[in-house]
Design a protein around this ligand. Structure first.
Ligand SMILES: [Zn+2]
Ligand SMILES: [Zn+2]
Length: 180
């Protein structure tokens, strides 16, 4: 949904309170959540405020993702969410962002916009995308599928000698064993 800077009142615009919570469901429409199979926004908050042409964005989201474990292929459900604060300064402006930005620089994301308005879906998607893991695993301890016999090694141990060379973890373990 596109919001013009001129539409934002002095006290700020609570986007979903004023445009309806139902629009939250459509925020991620058309976005590719890979490596997740599906990603839905459960809740979101977005407050826009304008100060001397700079756009202050304060928000949070909660999302539920579905995917398959990269190692064992089991279905995985995960929750994503965070609170964020961003300030966008008009791209065309020749000067540095307002002094107030510099005061907050350390804990703020600073970006640019065209000076006339922003797409709230893009803003949220940018934040959500940062939270999507590069790889989906059911658990950090997942042993995965044996590449030799195809058994799920989380359920059943097998005695296959996988591959040609031992993995780095096995090497580390044997080194440790020698020391002791
Ligand atoms: Zn797994
Ligand atoms: Zn095996």
């Amino acid at each position: 949904m596109y919001i013009r800077v001129s539409e934002i009142p002095g006290g700020g615009l609570d986007v979903f309170a004023s445009r309806g919570k139902a629009s939250i469901l459509r925020v991620l429409e058309g976005m590719d959540p890979a490596p997740l199979r599906e990603l839905r926004l459960l809740d979101a908050d977005l407050l826009l405020t304008v100060e001397k042409g700079d756009l202050w964005i304060e928000g949070s989201f909660e999302a539920r993702g579905e995917g398959f474990c990269d190692r064992c292929s089991d279905p995985v459900t995960l929750r994503l969410g965070k609170a964020f604060q961003t300030i966008l300064t008009p791209k065309s402006r020749d000067r540095a962002p307002a002094a107030s930005v510099e005061l907050h620089e350390e804990d703020l994301d600073v970006g640019y916009y065209d000076g006339s308005g922003v797409d709230t879906n893009d803003i949220l998607w940018e934040q959500v995308a940062l939270e999507i893991p590069l790889k989906v695993v059911c658990s950090e301890a997942c042993r995965g599928i044996c590449p030799v016999c195809g058994k799920n090694r989380n359920l059943e141990a097998c005695s296959c000698v996988a591959g040609d060379a031992p993995g780095p973890f096995e090497i580390l373990k044997s080194l440790k064993g020698k020391k002791e």
